[in-house]
Ligand binder design. Structure first.
Ligand SMILES: C[S@@+](CC[C@H](N)C(=O)[O-])C[C@H]1O[C@@H](n2cnc3c(N)ncnc32)[C@H](O)[C@@H]1O
Length: 222
């Protein structure tokens, strides 16, 4: 092995991958889109984001059993693995690649998780967004796909009026989220890479049930 890869963070990741493997789990190993027959211009690689940054952020929401979250582009389920530690009613994921979705299903079956369902398909065509009041993205796709997914989220608000929180890790399509005048950015949290995790909502903070801790890391405009 090349010595340059033996940095503390890499050693930590490699040891976590090996530990998972002991239990037959595979949450962390990155998969390139082209390796599962998908177009890298429309589908970003599958890499994990279930980490302490996501856990700390979720602690600031007043999550209970009336809340359900869907990870759009859930990959192998790494972020969902962090989410299931909170009292959500449902922690679901949608994944375009059936190969990757099968790995996620196997992970949650080994862990005997009952409240997680993996849907296989294109997030732009998913028909049940009204079942969720929280959405998670970790940079799954570019603007062209995000445009259709945001349209589907807005359509779901017509089916079921509700507070809808979007947690967007590495929010490269920020403009697409806010351009429709439905969602506003209400805060930013730190992430591992430095691009931040954006929090968006269709509700003002004063009407929000989910944001119990309103003083931290909010945008100065609020
Ligand atoms: C960066 S990974 C994120 C994995 C997971 N959300 C996490 O944070 O641990 C992005 C995933 O989105 C999936 N994806 C990309 N385009 C998609 C689409 N249109 N519909 C559903 N999933 C998609 C990719 O296959 C990839 O597994």
């Amino acid at each position: 092995m090349n010595i340059k890869y033996l940095k503390p963070n890499n050693i930590k990741i490699i040891s976590r991958i090996l530990l998972d493997r002991l239990f037959g789990l595979d949450f962390l190993k990155t998969v390139l889109s082209e390796d599962v027959g998908l177009n890298p211009e429309k589908v970003h690689r599958s890499s994990p984001s279930g980490n302490v940054y996501l856990k700390e952020l979720l602690k600031d929401f007043k999550i209970d059993t009336q809340d359900s979250i869907i990870d759009i582009g859930c990959g192998k389920g790494s972020a969902m693995r962090t989410m299931i530690q909170f009292p959500f009613q449902k922690v679901d994921g949608i994944e375009l690649s059936d190969v990757i979705a099968k790995i996620a299903e196997r992970n949650f079956s080994i862990l005997k998780v009952k409240k997680a369902t993996i849907f296989v398909g294109d997030a732009a065509e998913f028909k049940s967004y009204e079942d969720y009041n929280m959405i998670y993205f970790y940079n799954p796709f570019p603007n062209s796909v995000m445009t259709d997914v945001v349209k589907a989220l807005i359509a779901s608000l017509e089916v079921k009026k509700r507070e809808l929180i979007i947690i967007y890790n590495n929010p490269i399509c920020h403009d697409i989220i806010v351009n429709n005048n439905v969602f506003k950015k209400i805060g930013t949290y730190p992430d591992i890479w430095g691009n931040g995790i954006g929090i968006y909502s269709n509700y003002d903070l004063s009407h929000s049930r989910l944001l119990k801790n309103k003083k931290i890391l909010l945008d100065p405009s609020n």
